[in-house]
Every structure is written in structure tokens, then in C-alpha cells.
Design a protein around this ligand. Structure first.
Ligand SMILES: Nc1ncnc2c1ncn2[C@@H]1O[C@H](COP(=O)(O)OP(=O)(O)OP(=O)(O)O)[C@@H](O)[C@H]1O
Length: 936
């Protein structure tokens, strides 16, 4: 890979204004001494970085525009963290050299390698990958229609017809992945974006992996809310079945507006998921309920297969057949192999080209594969789900296998169709090596200049000639038994042989075991020679650097001939001026840990810095109103709230400790790159003393830095015109409106010192919830964000009391008026006009620019303009009280936001407190979204 070259660093990009991409200028003030990169250069050209459009546990996502064209992309920027190991390397007698955080490298490299190969209309495509010493830059399609999460939070549930459209698209994307031996493992509502055309785009393959029907995966990963029960029980799994469960949760969220399993207490949530008792609202059609009930089956053996889902009556309703999976026509592989394709497969750490060639040849020659080919050929072809599908020559394996008929499915478990041991499919998910071979070959064919003959049209002699030049190890190849050669690209190497403690993960085992099986065609390999672990790791690290880079560089060019790239192309056209960025950063690991009490607190994970991307929910943590008596106690006592964050098993264990029966054993789990914000303090039950100490040390040292910044900030504040608001602002609607006006205007009011509550944090604080901004600025920001997000609010002493109601419920509220309550009368409603959902140009009541666009941001803004001063009626509140936040089967959230002072650190921050006692997931999601938008 070309070292990324010339990265322009400057505080303010001279290019940004001219390209129309707003720079992230407001954050610059926090890093006066640290220049920001404003452009990056990869093999596809120079890209000018623009505004931040999202953030997650891996890093931030920025908009970027190609310097010489108008092409826009979303750039996922993943910092490469350097770890300095302690001690002496016994191999060299020298101190261990600094190395990159394996876990994060793993996720990033894997995501890059896999997504680069995928070509599917409902999967966010990868345009280029650039790796520098300090960062990965993944250039993806810019998906500018907003997040599915935003819709659900803003509007509540979808109509089944709309949910069906999205459900079919998700099913299509999953079918494509599974047939390519890829399991996503992190499917959740936050990872589904909406394109400009109103179609979905699945993002975030950072936890994806290759699966083999003859092997099992072990890593626990994904968001707890969306995680299959077998993952919580540390059971092994093949792969597709965990995606089916997550798909079931997503579908439930779409049609119900809430997650099926929710609880403030993490152990209780665990138990609920494992028990699998789902409440199906009465409004669901029987077909929909039946489908969900088939997906949310706790025993994966009884869970519906994806093929069953694809053919389920609910998904078929009003359509002519099951969803298309967009897999190109494929024939069973025959020898000789295309050496160019094999060369491009090296990025996956399958081994050397010789190794790959030998392994593939062995698989193709095997009786198992040949009999699978014979069996498939003799089977009765099934009707193609899509009559317009490209026809292939000769026997159409794809046609036969692309979509199973319902007679094949209804009793099959999730993985059976693709992974049936007795009836292996030579085309679909037979073996990861074979799948990747197909994908690479198809990628090369798309990128090959029109003059070049495609690989399959090369004369056999040419291919054979090339093939003959390759050195093919004789079988059995002892070299292949080295574990390091089986590691999937980016997977952390197994621990062992080190003198220092090192995290060991299920992922290590799963990969090495899976790859052994893969490389031996499902047969257990001969024993590996014993190689000191540290030698293997260093060798693997070196290899990783060289191989994936080559592959990614070669694959970095734009797709040329995607026949279904309309949506994609539309997405990279210059979008309308950036609207509000409502995308909340993905939640933190601790977000999955439901707390005993719901409130968000101010904490800063050690290892984070202000320069790092913030994850709103990483800070979500209870107990702020009741400060912990000790730092440890406080941290341990508090569970965390936040978005449904994806975690790996290792992270899971670190945070939950070993106190919960049924939790995965604490030996493994590939790290999920949460090191930047993960910490001992996060391990509320299992944190060690040393970790806690480290936490405090880091936090306080960071606090000192922040304190000096804060002092500077306070100076600025003092200069501002003092205008102390009422101690209990917003006593009436007019006051609140005035406050809003002040916030919107240029009035730089200063809040009185007793407006903010001092909070003793005892070392726990968060990048996302603290700020050097003065309280008045934070207050104005909160007002701005609440208005943007359509949250009704009333100012109270030290903060705001808020009500959020999904827009879909307005009618039921209006239809059932009830007497006014004093609580409600003074609420400023910023959401006002609630419209029916509209995606991608479908009918919308909002005419004019943005009408029909799926961006909730725009609709919020429009609503704000229309009825910014409408009082919140008490009917809502009384209903909320009566139904505890649930009205008409939908969800209303009540919560408070306080502006708090962090005395020792001279910081200010925000603190959330849930008033509703239910709907934890919705509350966390909305709070995270507010935090993300606040950009403290
Ligand atoms: N292609 C894209 N177009 C527009 N926005 C995007 C795109 N990719 C990501 N985003 C935004 O950035 C956010 C973070 O992206 P992503 O989920 O890939 O990061 P992550 O660090 O892997 O998150 P997680 O913590 O869930 O693992 C998304 O929620 C979304 O709002």
C-alpha cells in the first residue's frame, strides 16, 4: 500500500471553503497546538477532509471530497494506537518495540479487506483504504439519508409495509454475505443507514468474519440488545444464525419501535434475552408476528434459516418472490486457478500465494467438493427468484441455489441451507477460500479495462502457463501447519509464550481453528510445529503490514460496472448543504451494561483525549445525582447506559467480570477496539485495583490539562456580557421561548454560578459529557439540539426537563385529549408538526426542498420553524404518567438534562437523568444522540 502521502495538516483547510465542505472548525479551538489533517492522498487521488458526520468506537467519520472532482465519500478515520509493552523480548534481549493495538488493527484490517470485496446495493461500499503510521482512512460511499435509528427514535415504529421494504433489503444483504462465507456479527439498527434513494445501506463490518460450515466461531461480539442468546452463553456458532437473530431484533424494532428485550439491569437483560420471551404488540399482523417468532428462537438449531425468512409470507407479501441477493452467476471452480486472483487473496492472511493455490487445489480436487458439484448438478433447478437475473452458461448453479424454495426451508435451522454437512453447496459458503476467490475474481473482472479479456476467457494455455510458473508446495505442506499462516488478516495472534500478560481471545482460537479446517478442506490438520508465540506474532505482524496493504491498494479503484450502483452513485453526488448531524456515535462498551439507575454522568475514560472521537454514549452512566462516595465505589457501582454498543467478548468480560452465571468464560474474545475509551473504571464489577488506579491517574492528568483550558475558557466567559438568567428559567412558556431566542441569537449570556450543580466525579468523567465551554454556551447548545431533535423541553433550575414523543403518536394523542397538567403547560414543543414517515421520495406531507427525503434532520428543522413556540399539552404528560412512557403502544420519554460543574477539574458538563422508568434502549439512544449533537 502506498504510504499515504502527503497529508495536508493545517488548522483551517484552505480547500474546504472552496469545496463547500465545512471544516470541523469548532473543535479546533481545543487543539491549538495540534494541527489537523485536512487532506489525504491515496491511490484514488487527493481527498479533502470536511466536517465530521459520525463517530463510533473505532473513530470518527468525516465527509470528504475528491480534489479534482465533485465526488464525495465518508471517511472512517481510525486512529492506530501504539502500545508500548513492558519488559524485555526474550527473542531479542531488547525491550519490546512499540506496536499497534492488535485488536483495533484486526477490526480495521478485516473491515477494509472484506468490504473492499463486497458489491451489493444495500451494503455500503468501500472506495479506497489508506493507512498511515497513525491512522487508517477508509473511504466509503457517503450515505446521506440519515440513520435508521434516527427514524425510530424520532418517529417510532414503521408501518409493516415500510418495514417489509427494509426487511427485504436487509435479508438480501445478509443472504449475499452468507453465501460469500461472511457473517456480519454486528447487525443493529445503528448500523443501518438510509441512502438518498430511500434504500438501506449496511455499514460497520468491523466485527465481521469468515465462517466455514465445518468450523465454529467463538467470539462474542455485537451489541447486547441485538446479540443472540448463544453468544451470551459462550456457545460456539457457525455464523449465519447469529445474524438471523440480530435481524429479528432489527425487524422487531422497525415494526414495534422498541427493542424486544430491555432492562435497566444488565443481568436482567441477559436473562431476558436467554429466556427469549417476546411481547408481540397487538397491532402486528399474524404474518409479521410469525416471522419474528421464527427468528427470535433462542435455540439456534430451531431458529429459522435465512432461506426460510427469505421465503416467509410476510416478506413475500406484495412481491413476486423472495428478495434478490445480487450474487453474480457462478460456476463451480475448476483447475487451473487464475494466479492473479490468488495473488490478490493474500490480504486475508490465507498464507502465501503458493499456500493458497495448494489449499484451493486440494479443496477443488477433493471428493467432497466434487461430489457436491455432482449432487448440485443432478438436483432439480429451482426457479430463479428474479427473472431478470443474468443467465449463465451451462448449468446455472446460482439459479438453483440462489434462493431456496419454501419446501426446503421451513424446518431448517439458521445455518443449515448453506452449511448442511450432508449437502454442501459448491457455490455458496462452501469454504471461505472459495468464497474469497469468487469475490476477488469478480472484483478484478469489474476493474479490468475493457480491452483485457476477463479471467475466464483467458486461454487455458495462458492460465496453465502462469500457473506452472508458481511454486506449488507438495502436499501435505508442512509449512501450512504453522498457525501464523492460518490467521485471518488482522486477527490478533494467540497469546502464549509471552512473559507479560496479554489478552487472549476467543477470536484467536476461532480463527486459527477455522483456518486450519478451511485449509484442510474440513479435515483436521496435522499438528502444528511448536513456534514461540512471540516469534509468530512478530512475523504475523510484519506480514499483515505487507499483505493487506497490497491487496487494498490494488482494490482501491472505483467500481466501474456495477449494474446496480444507481443508489451509490446518487449518494456520492454533491448532497444538499449539510443538515444537522444527528448521527450519534456508536455507544460505548459500557453502554450495553444497563445500570441500576438511569442517568448519564460525566466521566472520561482513561486513554481518551479530547482529540479523539467522542462517543456520546460512552459517558452514559448513572448515579450522577448521587455522587459516589469513593471513586472505585462509584465506578463499580455504576453500570452504564448508552447506545447499543457492539463489544467483543473480551471487552464484555472486562466490564462484567465473572459474576454472572452463563457469561462467556473469561479467556477470550477478540478485542473490539475500545481501548481508547475502555478502562478499568468501566469494569464496574470486574475491574482490578491496578486498572482503577490507572483510570484515576489518566483521568486526573487529563483533567489538569483540561483545567488549564477551562481557565482560559472562563477568562473568555468573563469577558462576555453578563446576563444571568432566572434561577429557574422557563417558568412559563414565554420564558422558555425567551431562552430559546437567546440561545438562537448572539446573546452571550452567562449563567449564575449557582445555576450549575457541582458534581464530584471521583475520577470518572467523559469526553462526551464534559467541556471547556462555559455553562451559558452549553445551555445554548442544549436548547439548539433539543429543538433540532424535536424534543419538548422546559428550563428548570440547573437544566431542562424534557419530553420526547415519537411523531407517529401524535394522532393518538390528539384523539385522546385529557385535562392539562401544570407540568406540561410550560413545555416548549419544538417538534410540533409530526408527519408520517416518508422514505426516499415517497409521499410526504412536507412539500418543498427536502420533501420526501428520508432525513429526519431536515424534517426536524422544518418542524422547528413551523411551530417552535407551541406549548406541550398536558394530555401527553398525563398519558405518559399513566402509562409510564408508553402511549398507544408507542414510546414517550421523559428525562432531565442538567448542566453540571466538575469542581476539581474546572470543567462543565451535562448530566442526564431518566424520568421514564421503561424504554431504556430508547432513552439511551436519544441521550446519546443529544450528546453527539452537542459536541461538547
Ligand atoms: N458511509 C457513511 N455515510 C454516512 N455516514 C456514515 C457512514 N459510515 C459511518 N457513518 C456515520 O458514522 C457513524 C459511525 O460509523 P461506524 O458505525 O462505521 O463506526 P464504528 O466506530 O465502527 O462504530 P461502532 O462503535 O458501532 O463500532 C455511523 O453511525 C454513521 O452515523
Amino acid at each position: 500500500m502506498p504510504e499515504p502521502q502527503s497529508v495536508t495538516t493545517n488548522g483551517t483547510s484552505p480547500l474546504a471553503p472552496s469545496t463547500g465542505i465545512p471544516d470541523d472548525g469548532n473543535r479546533q479551538s481545543h487543539h491549538p497546538q495540534r494541527p489537523k489533517k485536512t487532506s489525504i492522498q491515496g491511490s484514488t487521488g487527493i481527498w479533502v477532509l470536511g466536517k465530521t458526520i459520525g463517530a463510533g468506537s473505532m473513530g470518527k467519520v468525516k465527509l470528504a471530497r475528491k480534489l479534482d472532482t465533485s465526488e464525495q465519500v465518508a471517511v472512517k478515520i481510525v486512529p492506530r494506537q501504539v502500545i508500548q509493552d513492558q519488559g524485555i523480548d526474550p527473542a531479542t534481549g531488547q525491550p519490546y518495540p512499540p506496536r499497534h493495538d492488535d485488536s483495533k488493527e484486526v477490526r480495521t484490517a478485516r473491515e477494509a479487506a472484506i468490504v473492499t470485496l463486497l458489491d451489493h446495493p444495500y451494503i455500503c461500499g468501500m472506495r479506497d483504504v489508506i493507512k498511515t503510521n497513525n491512522h487508517w482512512y477508509m473511504l466509503c460511499e457517503y450515505v446521506n439519508g440519515g440513520q435508521m435509528l434516527d427514524y425510530i427514535i424520532s418517529h417510532g415504529r414503521l408501518k409493516e409495509k415500510q418495514a417489509r421494504k427494509f426487511g427485504r433489503q436487509i435479508a438480501s444483504a445478509l443472504d449475499y454475505c452468507h453465501r460469500n462465507s461472511i457473517v456480519h456479527r454486528d447487525l443493529k439498527i445503528e448500523n443501518i443507514l438510509i441512502s438518498k434513494t430511500g434504500d438501506i445501506k449496511i455499514i460497520d463490518f468491523g466485527l465481521s468474519n469468515l465462517f466455514s460450515p465445518r468450523s465454529h466461531l467463538k467470539t462474542f461480539c455485537g451489541s447486547l440488545y441485538f446479540a443472540a442468546p448463544e453468544l451470551l452463553q459462550a456457545k460456539q456458532y457457525i455464523g449465519p444464525e447469529v445474524d438471523v437473530w440480530s435481524f429479528g431484533i432489527v425487524l422487531y424494532v422497525l415494526v414495534c419501535g422498541k427493542v424486544p428485550f430491555d432492562d435497566q439491569s444488565m443481568p436482567a437483560l441477559h436473562a431476558k434475552i436467554k429466556r427469549g420471551v417476546v411481547d408481540y404488540p397487538q397491532w402486528l399482523t399474524s404474518d409479521c408476528r410469525n416471522l419474528l417468532a421464527r427468528m427470535l428462537v433462542t435455540d439456534p438449531r430451531n431458529r429459522a434459516s435465512l432461506q426460510e425468512i427469505l421465503n416467509h409470507p410476510w416478506l413475500l407479501k406484495s412481491f413476486q418472490g423472495p428478495p434478490e441477493n445480487y450474487l453474480p452467476h457462478r460456476e463451480p471452480l475448476t483447475l487451473p486457478l487464475d494466479p492473479q486472483v490468488v495473488r490478490e487473496m493474500t490480504g486475508f492472511e490465507f498464507g502465501t500465494t503458493e499456500t493458497i493455490t495448494a489449499q484451493l487445489s486440494r479443496i477443488i480436487d477433493s471428493e467432497d467438493y466434487q461430489s457436491a458439484v455432482r449432487n448440485a448438478a443432478s438436483s432439480t433447478p429451482l426457479a430463479s427468484p428474479n427473472p431478470e437475473r443474468k443467465k449463465g452458461f451451462g448449468f446455472d448453479f446460482y439459479k438453483r441455489r440462489s434462493s431456496a424454495s419454501s419446501k426446503d426451508t421451513l424446518t431448517n435451522p439458521s445455518s443449515e441451507i448453506l452449511t448442511h454437512p450432508m449437502h454442501p453447496d459448491p457455490i455458496n459458503a462452501y469454504n471461505p477460500l472459495i468464497s474469497i476467490y469468487y469475490l476477488v475474481r469478480e472484483k478484478l473482472e469489474k476493474e479490468r479495462p475493457p480491452t483485457d479479456p476477463p479471467a475466464q476467457l483467458l486461454s487455458p494455455a495462458t492460465d496453465a502457463e502462469k500457473f506452472a510458473k508458481m511454486t506449488i508446495p507438495k502436499q501435505p505442506e508442512a509449512a501450512h501447519t504453522s498457525e501464523s499462516s492460518y490467521e485471518f488478516k488482522g486477527e490478533p495472534a494467540p497469546a502464549g509464550g509471552r512473559t507479560r500478560p496479554r489478552a487472549r481471545t476467543h477470536g484467536d482460537e476461532e480463527v486459527s481453528e477455522a483456518m486450519k479446517k478451511i485449509n484442510h478442506g474440513g479435515v483436521s490438520p496435522p499438528p502444528s510445529p511448536v513456534i514461540p508465540q512471540h516469534v509468530k506474532e512478530e512475523a504475523a505482524a510484519t506480514k499483515k503490514e505487507s499483505t493487506v496493504g497490497g491487496m487494498l491498494r490494488r482494490f482501491s479503484t472505483r467500481r466501474h460496472n456495477s449494474s446496480r450502483g444507481d443508489a451509490s452513485r446518487a449518494d456520492i453526488k454533491p448532497p444538499p448543504p449539510p443538515t444537522l448531524s444527528l448521527q450519534p456515535p456508536s455507544g460505548p462498551p459500557q453502554a450495553d451494561i444497563a445500570p441500576p439507575r438511569k442517568s448519564l454522568s460525566v466521566r472520561r475514560p482513561p486513554g481518551s483525549s479530547r482529540g479523539e472521537p467522542k462517543s456520546a454514549a460512552q459517558a452514559v452512566q448513572p448515579d450522577l445525582l448521587t455522587p459516589p462516595t469513593t471513586s472505585d465505589g462509584g465506578s463499580k457501582r455504576s453500570s452504564k447506559l448508552g447506545r447499543s454498543t457492539s463489544v467483543s467478548e473480551a471487552d464484555w468480560r472486562r466490564r462484567y467480570g465473572r459474576n454472572h452465571p452463563g457469561d462467556p468464560p473469561g479467556t477470550s474474545g477478540s478485542e473490539r477496539s475500545i481501548s481508547a475509551r475502555d478502562d478499568g473504571a468501566v469494569s464496574d464489577r470486574g475491574s482490578s485495583t491496578s486498572k482503577a488506579t490507572t483510570t484515576r491517574t489518566k483521568s486526573l492528568s487529563h483533567g489538569r490539562r483540561e483545567a488549564s483550558r477551562s481557565r482560559r475558557s472562563r477568562k473568555d466567559e468573563a469577558i462576555a456580557t453578563p446576563s444571568v438568567p432566572n434561577e429557574a428559567p422557563g417558568e412559563d412558556g414565554a420564558d422558555a421561548a425567551t431562552s430559546v431566542g437567546s440561545a438562537d441569537g448572539q446573546n452571550s449570556a452567562t449563567l449564575s454560578s449557582d445555576y450549575v450543580k457541582p458534581v464530584f466525579l471521583k475520577g470518572l468523567f467523559s469526553v462526551a459529557t464534559t467541556s471547556t465551554k462555559p455553562p451559558v454556551e452549553i445551555r445554548m447548545d442544549i436548547i439548539r439540539v433539543l429543538k433540532q431533535l424535536g424534543v419538548s423541553y422546559r428550563e428548570i433550575r440547573g437544566g431542562f426537563t424534557c419530553v420526547h414523543r415519537p411523531s407517529i403518536d401524535l394522532k393518538s394523542v390528539q384523539d385522546n385529549p385529557s385535562p392539562q397538567s401544570p407540568e406540561a403547560t410550560n413545555m416548549v414543543t419544538t417538534s410540533s408538526h409530526r408527519r408520517k414517515l416518508s422514505f426516499g421520495g415517497t409521499n410526504s406531507s412536507n412539500a418543498g426542498p427536502g420533501a420526501g427525503q428520508p432525513s429526519p434532520h431536515k424534517s426536524s428543522g422544518k418542524r422547528n420553524r413551523e411551530r417552535a413556540d407551541t406549548s406541550y399539552t398536558n394530555s401527553d404528560v398525563s398519558n405518559e404518567s399513566m402509562h409510564d412512557g408508553v402511549l398507544g403502544g408507542s414510546l414517550i420519554l421523559q428525562f432531565e438534562i442538567y448542566i453540571v460543574k466538575v469542581p476539581l477539574l474546572a470543567l462543565h458538563g451535562v448530566q442526564f437523568k431518566s424520568v421514564s422508568k421503561t424504554n431504556t434502549w430508547q432513552y439511551k439512544s436519544l441521550a446519546s444522540r443529544i450528546l453527539a449533537e452537542l459536541r461538547l
